[in-house]
Structure formats: structure tokens, C-alpha cells
Design a protein around this ligand. Structure first.
Ligand code: TEU
Ligand code: CA
Length: 546
């Protein structure tokens, strides 16, 4: 495949409101990101992805935008933003922004105009429908609400929202709207940013006629509808192809077959994607299933499109808690998951604090939570008669606040995140898990990530290598090779709390190998692969075969 800079990159995701508070109001901000750039550079990341900081009433933490050209005052202002971009570039890194154009805030002037009257010129910029049989236009449910429809008294119609009531969906069928979005995108790219992470980008096109769903709870009808590829190709022609940026689409409800259509190199849409076959279909680690997902995406995209690798972000419980062991083997497990994400085919993403092995959190009551998805669901279930305590317990594992607690910088008050009471509680384990401590310990998870990231720079096999799973019949071990030109790497991962024995494939047994990286100490650098190989709990090893 053609080599490009972004295929070789590692992305570090900054959820700025929880990263570092520079002005003591308890909320992280863009100036705070500037002050911590040396830390990200030390890790070695190539690209920083910033979650949305546009003007917003902040009902959904910035994913409800009321002005695409302004910066939320909590985050900073345009001058600070421009300085941030310069400071990132000065350090040889790139920066991508979140692009949220499936919906706006209900406080956006476009929506205020749109709802002001039936004949307002922006009426058609959103999706309005007449009541059907005196009620909602169809039976769909939204991500955050029991229905996708909210009635507007003044004009007597319903508007459509894939997410919260406060997040009306834009009508991408309207050409003026589309061109206004393209203009807005160009204005940010012209300020020097290096691309976009595109929020739920495959939701832009809606199902023709809005028919009732047979199973309204399975909301895949919101995504991947006819027309989407025409919009993205137009966006590419109008905007993206004129810049050497990167784009990663957030694309729920796709398979390798449908996902490829977004990232096929001949189709000129997006560079790469986040699919959700792991996050949405695998609540806890299910290794056979995970291998199958990897295999299918590898085969589906091979030679044609580029994948992305992640196990957590600001919407998902931290990976060491959800997919690893955040107790006895936290350090080993965090390193093992990192080894896997950085050696599988595709671009690895590091979500802030992942490089410290930060864990999920458990607050005492629903009042302590901020996540609109969780709070709305709690309210809905309790109103339906659910036992509040049971409902609460049921929502804990996947609450999005698991990953949104402030970054742990040190063991001082508020984890060194802020002088003030933070906007969301801090994970109490910051005294033992924090950046200062990690930077002082050469065996820390942080330095393990740093090494993985630097290995990528010297070893194209990590980027462009072919992939072969050698452990299909194993429940707890994941063993695979990556091969490129004359080099083969063997990756061995034990996803369990117990020792596991791997019967080496005959063709590998007896080979001379060099240890590239491993998460246990005392390994001889050079050895010979035995016919049966014992891996310790959560052990990860990467060998280069001589
Ligand atoms: O998330 C969209 C979303 O909810 C899903 O893609 C979900 O993450 C996935 O199916 C796994 O469950 C994006 C943002 O990342 C999120 O923070 C916003 O709340 C949402 O869009 C609305 O803009
Ligand atoms: Ca602040």
C-alpha cells in the first residue's frame, strides 16, 4: 500500500476539560494543553486529537455546538487556540479537531431561526416532520432518549434528533447547509489544523421516508444510509482533497464490507475509521471474538483501506478496567493491551491517562455523574418503574464518566489537575497512579508506551506488515505475526491471570529470536523459540525472528 505520514502515526487523544486546568476554575482548558505539550511530546505521539471546544451550552460536553466559528469560553479563546496549534507544530506534532456536523445545539442560531416559523429560510436546515396520527412521525429511539422526535409547539411539527433533545440533527439534503459546513471546515484547515476526527459521520444521511423500525431498540437504522457516500465524496472534493490532512470517521454499525466503502483508497472519502464492533459488541474481553473481529477487518481492508485500533476513548470505560485486569496485574495488563494495540494492523490511539494505566471509576450516587447518556437512561428506567439502586448499578460499567475523570498529574490535591474543585470527581487512586511517579520509574507503563511508539518509527513492519493469527483455537492466548519485506515479528499475549502454555508452530520452533519488547523483567535479549512456550499472567512479548 502507498505509504503516507498518517498511516505511520500514533494519535494521542486529549479530552481537554479533564486534562489540565491552567486558570483554577476546575475545568481543563486549551492553555492547560499548551502547558502539558512537553509531556505528550515526551511520550512520542505524532498527532493530537482534541475533543470539541467550539461554543456550546455543554449539555453533551461540547458535542452540542452553538457556534462553529467560536471557542467555548471554558476552553479559552481563538488567540490561545492559535498559539496551541503553533506550539504543537513547533514540537513536530500535528493536531486534528473534532468535527461534529450531524447535529448542532438547539441554541445554535441556525436552529433558533429554523424553529421560528414554517417558512423561515433555515427551516429546511433541520429535519421537521408533521405529526403522524396525532403523534410522533415514527417509532425510532435515539442514542440518549426514548424517541428521536421532539414536538415544537409554535410550528406544530416534530424535529429529529439522533442524540439528546438539545441536539437537533442537521438536514444534509439541503445544499446550502452542506456548503456552509464545507466553508467552516476550510476556515479551520486554513488556520493550520491537520485534519478532523468526524463525529458519527455515517449518520448524516437518513433513511428515506423515516419508516417505523421493526425493532426500535436496535438503533442501527440511524446509521449508514443511502446518500452518505455522495456527501462524503462531495466533502472530499470541496474540502479535504485540497489539504494534506488526515481524517478519521467515527462510524458505528458497520462491518468490514460496509466500512471499507468509507476508507477505500480509490473512493476519496476518508482516510481511516473507528468501527465499533469491539466497543459495542464486546462488553468484556472475549478473546476468540476479538480475534475474529481483527481477522475480518484485516482481510476486509487489506491493501485497500486503513484501520484504527483503540479500546477506549472519552465514551468508553478505560481499557485496563474493561478489557484487562485493573487489580493485581494492572501494570502488566495495561502494557499487554498497549502491546496489542500497537502491533495490530492500523493506527493506534492513546486516550489520555491510558499511558498511566488509569482505571475506571465508581462514584457513590447518580448525582456524582455528569454523562448525559447515563443520566437520561437512569431517568428513563426509573420512570418506567425500575429500582433506582439496581438501575444505577447496571449503568456503572459502561458509564462514559469512567474515562472522563481528570488526568492524574501527581499525588497532590486534585491530582495536580486543578487548584479548584474539579468539574467532575477525581478517581481516588491518583495517589498511586500518576504521571509524576510514572516519569520517575523507568519500568512504568508510560515508558513502555514511549518505547512502543518509538519502535514504530524504526520498524515499518509495525505499520505495513502482513498479519497472521497463529492462535485461533486458543481461548486466552493471542499469538500472531507481522511480516514485511524480510522481517517477521512474533507477538505473544497472555490475556489471563494464569500462566498459559503455547505450542509453537512447527515452522517457528527452534528459530533464533531477539526480544523487541516485553512486559516482564529479566528476559534474555536473544534466545531460541522452544516448542512449548510458557507465558506468565498478562505477559506480552514481541520477538523478531532472525
Ligand atoms: O459518540 C457517538 C456514540 O455515542 C457512539 O458512536 C458510541 O460511542 C458507540 O456506538 C459506542 O457505544 C459521539 C461522541 O464521541 C460522543 O461523545 C457524543 O456524545 C456523541 O457522538 C454525540 O455527538
Ligand atoms: Ca480552566
Amino acid at each position: 500500500m502507498k505509504k503516507t505520514w498518517w498511516k505511520e502515526a500514533v494519535v494521542y487523544q486529549v479530552y481537554w476539560r479533564s486534562f489540565y486546568d491552567s486558570n483554577g476554575d476546575g475545568i481543563g482548558d486549551l492553555q492547560g494543553v499548551i502547558e502539558k505539550l512537553d509531556y505528550i511530546q515526551e511520550l512520542g505521539a505524532d498527532v493530537i486529537w482534541l475533543n470539541p471546544f467550539y461554543e456550546s451550552p455543554d449539555r453533551d460536553n461540547g458535542y452540542d455546538i452553538s457556534d462553529y466559528e467560536k471557542i467555548m469560553s471554558k476552553a479559552g479563546n481563538m488567540e490561545i487556540f492559535e498559539r496551541l496549534v503553533d506550539e504543537i507544530h513547533d514540537r513536530g506534532m500535528k493536531v486534528i479537531m473534532d468535527l461534529v456536523v450531524n447535529h448542532t445545539s438547539d441554541q445554535h442560531s441556525w436552529f433558533l431561526e429554523s424553529k421560528s416559523s414554517l417558512d423561515n429560510e433555515k427551516r429546511d436546515w433541520y429535519i421537521w416532520k408533521q405529526p403522524k396520527n396525532g403523534g410522533k412521525p415514527n417509532n425510532w429511539r435515539s442514542y440518549f432518549e426514548p424517541s428521536t422526535w421532539t414536538f415544537d409547539e409554535r410550528t406544530g411539527e416534530y424535529y429529529f434528533h439522533s442524540f439528546a433533545v438539545e441536539q437537533p440533527d442537521l438536514n444534509w439534503q439541503n445544499e446550502d447547509l452542506r456548503h456552509e459546513i464545507y466553508r467552516m471546515m476550510r476556515s479551520w484547515l486554513d488556520k493550520g489544523i491537520d485534519g478532523f476526527r468526524m463525529d458519527v459521520i455515517n449518520l448524516l444521511a437518513k433513511q428515506d421516508g423515516f419508516p417505523d423500525a421493526e425493532n426500535p431498540d436496535h438503533i442501527s437504522y440511524l446509521a449508514d444510509n443511502p446518500g452518505i457516500h455522495e456527501y462524503l465524496q462531495e466533502m472530499n472534493r470541496e474540502v479535504l482533497q485540497h489539504y494534506d490532512g488526515m481524517t478519521v470517521g467515527e462510524i458505528p454499525f458497520v462491518t468490514p464490507e460496509t466500512g471499507l466503502l468509507y476508507v477505500h483508497e480509490d473512493r476519496n472519502e476518508l482516510n481511516t475509521l473507528f468501527h465499533f464492533q469491539v466497543a459495542d459488541e464486546m462488553p468484556v474481553m472475549d478473546l476468540p471474538k476479538y480475534k475474529e473481529i481483527q481477522e475480518n477487518w484485516y482481510k476486509g481492508l487489506q491493501g485497500k483501506g486503513w484501520n484504527s485500533q483503540f479500546l477506549n476513548n472519552h465514551d468508553h470505560t478505560r481499557q485496563v478496567t474493561r478489557y484487562g485486569n485493573d487489580g493485581k496485574y494492572r501494570t502488566e495488563s495495561a502494557k499487554l493491551l498497549a502491546t496489542m494495540l500497537h502491533t495490530l494492523p492500523g493506527m493506534p490511539y492513546v486516550y489520555q491517562g491510558e499511558e498511566l494505566g488509569m482505571t475506571g471509576v465508581r462514584f457513590d450516587s447518580i448525582e456524582d455523574y455528569n454523562d448525559i447518556a447515563m443520566k437520561n437512561k437512569y431517568k428513563e428506567e426509573v420512570e418506567k418503574g425500575g429500582d433506582p439502586k439496581e438501575v444505577f448499578e447496571g449503568l456503572l460499567l459502561l458509564s462514559r464518566d469512567n474515562s472522563r475523570t481528570p488526568m492524574h498529574w501527581n499525588d497532590s490535591k486534585n491530582a495536580g489537575f486543578s487548584n479548584a474543585e474539579p468539574w467532575i470527581n477525581i478517581n481516588p487512586n491518583y495517589k498511586s497512579i500518576n504521571a509524576q511517579q510514572a516519569l520517575e520509574d523507568p519500568h512504568s507503563i508510560f515508558y513502555y508506551y514511549k518505547k512502543l511508539i518509538s519502535l514504530r518509527k524504526e520498524n515499518p513492519v509495525m505499520v505495513y506488515g502482513d498479519y497472521e493469527d497463529l492462535s485461533k483455537d486458543h481461548e486466552k492466548l493471542y499469538v500472531y505475526t507481522r511480516s514485511y519485506e524480510n522481517k517477521t515479528w512474533l507477538i505473544m499475549l497472555n490475556h489471563s491471570d494464569h500462566e498459559q502454555v503455547y505450542q509453537m508452530k512447527e515452522e517457528l520452533s527452534g528459530s533464533d529470536v531477539i526480544l523487541v519488547i516485553g512486559n516482564y523483567k529479566n528476559d534474555a535479549d536473544k534466545s531460541i523459540l522452544p516448542s512449548s512456550f510458557t507465558l506468565k499472567p498478562h505477559e506480552a512479548r514481541v520477538y523478531e525472528i532472525d
